[in-house]
Design a protein around this ligand. Structure first.
Ligand SMILES: [Zn+2]
Length: 243
């Protein structure tokens, strides 16, 4: 496998850089413990600032989503445990790490809702009270829609590059949709009928249906840990999927 990257464009910001870094389409920490150690993880060329910025965003999302997953599900085994450790100062490596974990814990709990303050709407699809926890014991963790949109964009750009060595540039753009399974049915059947599956199982399954004429216009279904689903659309500026 190529180790050093030649000068070129960053898959995320499409700017030219003399020095590029390898960026994992999914961070290594997102692969469940049930993943084969020999699995080749997708990597793409990225500039250092985009790589670092996505690293922070992914660490934050892994904790927030991980806290809501079933700790015994093989599709996400080890992720909830990792999320808990990331906000537990007793697992810190040093003093600075203790402060960081403590601050992260305070931030997430400060933005969470508890018991009867947990809202009945606005839950991410497939989340909400799936474990039938009594209202007074519920905790709702908040996630930023902008972070999820950016993550979708990253994955879509990454798979497009891996498959076709293409960058998504103007007039093409990536849009993100969060859909409930029942509403997503027509889109999912279309994607599955015409799409190709890119799987890093058991945790990560992506299906992409692409228009053969331009190899860019496409629909993506991104399924992480069997729970967290994101829908992506690549189209020309002005093209919109009707809801
Ligand atoms: Zn960049």
């Amino acid at each position: 496998m190529a180790k050093r990257l030649p000068p070129g464009k960053c898959v995320h910001c499409i700017r030219f850089f003399e020095k590029l870094t390898w960026d994992h389409v999914f961070p290594k920490s997102w692969y469940p413990d049930t993943t084969s150690p020999n699995l080749e993880k997708w990597k793409i060329p990225s500039c250092k600032p985009c790589n670092s910025e996505y690293g922070r965003l992914e660490d934050d999302l892994m904790i927030r989503i991980g806290l809501c997953l079933d700790p015994n599900d093989p599709k996400s085994l080890g992720i909830p445990q990792k999320a808990v450790r990331a906000i537990s100062p007793q697992f810190a490596k040093d003093e600075n790490d203790t402060l960081l974990r403590d601050a992260k814990c305070r931030q997430i709990l400060g933005q969470a809702s508890f018991g009867h303050n947990v809202p009945d709407h606005g839950m991410y699809p497939n989340f909400g009270n799936v474990f039938n926890v009594p209202k007074q014991n519920q905790i709702a963790i908040s996630i930023s829609p902008e972070s999820v949109r950016r993550l979708t964009e990253k994955i879509v750009r990454g798979i497009t590059f891996i498959e076709d060595s293409r960058y998504i540039e103007w007039p093409y753009k990536v849009s993100f949709y969060a859909l409930h399974d029942k509403d997503a049915f027509p889109v999912v059947s279309l994607i599955k009928r015409f799409g190709k599956v890119y799987a890093n199982e058991p945790g990560i399954i992506i299906t992409r249906a692409v228009l053969p004429e331009d190899r860019l216009t496409s629909l993506y279904l991104i399924d992480i840990w069997g729970r967290f689903k994101m829908y992506g659309h690549v189209g020309k500026e002005g093209d919109r999927l009707s809801a």
